[in-house]
Design a protein around this ligand. Structure first.
Ligand code: INI
Length: 159
């Protein structure tokens, strides 16, 4: 019997891309800070001159899947992290944006074979989003951990 699981020890060897939405950047900027803090403290070079980490900014969460697709299919990255915030109170088309970004990210992951971390907050209010982006906890950190785990797990799996 084989047992496979990811780890957080080889983080400095991973090539990572992050796609961040500018919409609600009060929230997404904090998610990015938390994510970079996590990656940096696990050995990833997060400096401006890093050759292991690239960041792509998109207008809103709706655009995340397209850019994640380009990055994941480039062959350059072992894992892609997506960061966004869709807030129900801000948009009558909340359900449309959420459906597109969630299905889109899952499709990119499956079609490219590259793990794409779904770091898009979907909340009813800005207060709830901020609570998840630093006021109480910062889920950006969790998304960083999940990226490290999935990046290393995929390297372990056969095929
Ligand atoms: N994009 C978000 O990331 N979050 C939102 O809450 C949001 N609202 O409220 O509309 C939002 N809209 C923009 C959308 O993602 C696209 O950028 C836009 O429709 C252009 O395609």
């Amino acid at each position: 019997m084989a047992s496979f699981e990811g780890n957080y020890t080889g983080a400095s060897g991973l090539q990572i891309a992050i796609v961040v939405a500018r919409f609600n950047d009060l929230v997404t900027g904090k998610l990015l800070s938390g994510c970079l803090d996590c990656l940096g403290r696990h050995g990833v070079d997060t400096s401006a001159t890093s050759t292991h980490l690239d960041i792509a900014w998109v207008p809103g969460s709706f655009e995340i899947p397209l850019v994640a697709q380009r990055l994941a299919s480039s062959g350059r990255y072992q894992v892609v992290i997506t960061l966004g915030a869709v807030i129900r109170g801000d948009t009558p088309h909340f359900d449309v944006v959420v459906a597109e970004v969630s299905k889109g990210v899952a499709a990119v992951s499956r079609s490219t074979g590259v793990p794409v971390i779904f770091g898009v907050l979907t909340t009813d209010t800005m207060q709830q989003a901020l609570e998840r982006a630093g006021i109480k906890s910062n889920l950006g950190w969790n998304y960083g951990m999940q990226a490290l785990e999935m990046g290393s797990l995929m390297a372990e799996l056969p095929g």
